[in-house]
Design a protein around this ligand. Structure first.
Ligand code: ADP
Length: 568
């Protein structure tokens, strides 16, 4: 086991973990940033809601400011009289002016009977006369407010240090206890009867809409809700129905309007939308960058693996080649030595030595040719000398030369050559190399049924030469690497056969250099077909030179269903 292999895997894993870790951290930070933006926006809206209720409170309490500096002694005396009350308190009332928020303003003595008996006389302020006049006609809400204020003040007055104290009776009335802090006694009560309609329709609803907006961009929907009656009194978006399930936040009014509160739902506002858009943009950029990074990492790793395996195969190739070159050389050397001694005079032995030397020289020659071919692949060789040749004649001559060799190997050969094939323009040396390699392979990889058939035909403007064998075939997965340098199929049946995975790489290179194409289809255990295409030389009418279309058509015509196919 190569230790570097483990180290490479380790660093690849480390790199991937680092990239994934960094990505995770970035995604987390981006989401945290977005969540923060959403939270800030929501917090801001909550603050606005609280501020709103404070403003409402201040607006309703507005008249009270006028009574803080009242002379309580004087007021006490005037309340002791019966009849109309003028003086400082009436002046302050006139100064404050009419306020539609209140439908009536009443004054009561601390021990007023109206608290206990509805209809008992009280003072009511009239802006018309500018004074408080006795009345017995008032709403029961006035008595209720008064009763509540008196009860509340009983416990509070002993340690109260201010001159006024406000007590709200839900949305009905506001009672102001007028206090003489020196004596710790209550001088009287002012009751402001709240005009509910005005408060809701003229004040709260327009103010809500003005403050929070009514469009979809407002980012918030608010309902003014009477929770005791489950009734919506006003809303910023009247077309959106209220439901408790969609409420995100509830804001109560501080110590007033006790039965009412503001129910809010937070929606997307422009800030949140911008933050979301920026989140999506950042995530996309991140995803792109990470994909690139991981892609580059894996690409570098795979390339390194491939380079390494190529280097290994090259080293093996060199070792084998050296060995194979040495074998015929040693035979030639030994035979030459024996001849040189002059000890061999017998003609038949002389002939045998001569034939050894000749055969081994031929083997050496063919090996050197093969090496030269390897050297030429992948380079733009200047040694290509194209000639116009007749493919039918060439194939017949070639097969005649090869006949003995094939017969000796037990091969049955078939030739099917169409009449009147067009000529092709190729380097004859390259064509011989192509034939040599393909036929050698057919021989090498047909251990059982030794059958070779060569077909040549015309298809459109191309000459198609097919090499059929009935050998071991090629597995489907191997097809795409078949023409790579140093690629060999790992099959126990082929281990004995000599080879370095260079033959088909050479063939492909030579075919391409001669403007041709090559395609393979194979069925494991049944045989393989290598199909070579060369453009025919136009005679009278010009060719359209389309090889691709033709290849596809041929594939459809010849390939059996379960056959593995590949085109190069
Ligand atoms: P090699 O020197 O190994 O024959 P090639 O490049 O000629 O190198 O072939 C590559 C591999 O393709 C071979 O190792 C063999 O497994 C497979 N191959 C090539 N031709 C055939 C064939 N006619 N039948 C089966 N397998 C073949």
């Amino acid at each position: 086991m190569n230790p570097y292999r483990n180290i490479r895997w380790f660093f690849l894993a480390l790199g991937l973990v680092a990239v994934i870790g960094l990505t995770g951290m970035n995604v987390y930070s981006l989401y945290a940033l977005h969540d923060n933006a959403v939270k800030n926006s929501v917090d801001n809206q909550k603050r606005q809601l609280f501020e709103f209720t404070n403003q409402v409170r201040n607006r309703i309490r507005q008249p009270v400011r006028h009574f803080r500096r009242l002379d309580m002694e004087k007021l006490k005396k005037s309340l002791a009289q019966s009849g109309s009350i003028s003086g400082e308190i009436s002046e302050k009332m006139t100064e404050y002016g009419p306020d539609h928020m209140f439908s009536g303003i009443y004054l009561a003595a601390p021990e007023c009977k109206a608290c206990d008996v509805y209809g008992a006389p009280l003072w009511q302020f009239s802006h018309h006369t500018g004074q408080f006049d006795i009345t017995t006609e008032y709403s029961p809400k006035v008595s209720d407010g008064l009763t509540m204020a008196r009860t509340r003040m009983k416990t509070l007055v002993s340690d109260y240090r201010w001159t006024t104290r406000i007590i709200f009776d839900t949305h009905n009335s506001m009672a102001v206890a007028l206090i003489n802090p020196a004596e710790r006694e209550i001088v009287g009560y002012l009751i402001f009867l709240i005009d509910r309609d005005f408060l809701v329709t003229q004040y709260l609803e327009p103010k809500l809409r003005e403050t929070f907006g009514t469009g979809p961009e407002s980012g918030i929907i608010i309902w003014l809700h009477d929770w005791t009656k489950n009734e919506v009194l006003a809303a910023t978006h009247p077309d959106i129905a209220y439901s408790y399930q969609i409420v995100d936040f509830i804001q109560n009014f501080p110590d007033l309007l006790n039965d009412w509160n503001l129910k809010a739902r937070f929606t997307k506002n422009p800030d949140i939308s911008a933050s979301r858009a920026s989140l999506v943009r950042n995530l996309l950029v991140l995803a792109g960058a990470v994909t690139l990074l991981i892609g580059a990492l894996i690409f570098m790793f795979l390339t390194a693996q491939r380079e390494r395996s190529l280097a290994q195969r090259q080293a093996l190739f060199l070792a084998n080649v050296t060995h194979e070159l040495k074998t015929p050389l040693s035979v030639i050397l030994a035979a030459g030595e024996n001849l040189q001694d002059g000890r061999i005079t017998d003609t038949s032995r002389l002939k045998s030595y001569g034939s050894h030397i000749y055969q081994e020289s031929v083997r050496l020659h063919s090996m050197i040719d093969r090496l030269l071919d390897v050297a030429r692949t992948g380079t733009k060789s200047l040694t290509h000398r194209k000639k116009t040749i007749d493919p039918a004649g060439y194939i017949r001559d070639y097969m005649k030369k090869k006949e003995r060799f094939l017969k000796a190997g037990g091969f049955v050969t078939e030739l099917h050559i169409e009449q009147e094939l067009p000529e092709i323009s190729v380097d004859p040396q390259d064509l011989t190399s192509i034939f040599d390699n393909l036929i050698d392979n057919a021989v090498k990889y047909s251990p059982f049924e030794k059958h070779l058939s060569i077909k040549a035909r015309q298809h459109r403007d191309n000459v198609v030469i097919e090499f059929h064998d009935r050998g071991i075939g090629i597995p489907r997965d191997a097809l795409k690497y078949l023409f790579d340098k140093f690629f060999r199929v790992e099959d126990p049946r082929t281990t004995h056969s000599r080879g370095h995975g260079l033959g088909l790489a050479i063939v492909k290179d030579l075919v391409t250099k001669n403007n041709g194409a090559i395609r393979v289809s194979s069925t494991p255990d049944s045989g393989s077909v290598f199909i070579v295409y060369f453009p025919g030389v136009p005679t009278s009418s010009p060719s359209n030179g389309s090889i691709t279309t033709e290849q596809e058509t041929v594939a459809a015509e010849t390939a059996p269903n379960e056959t593995n196919r590949h085109v190069f």
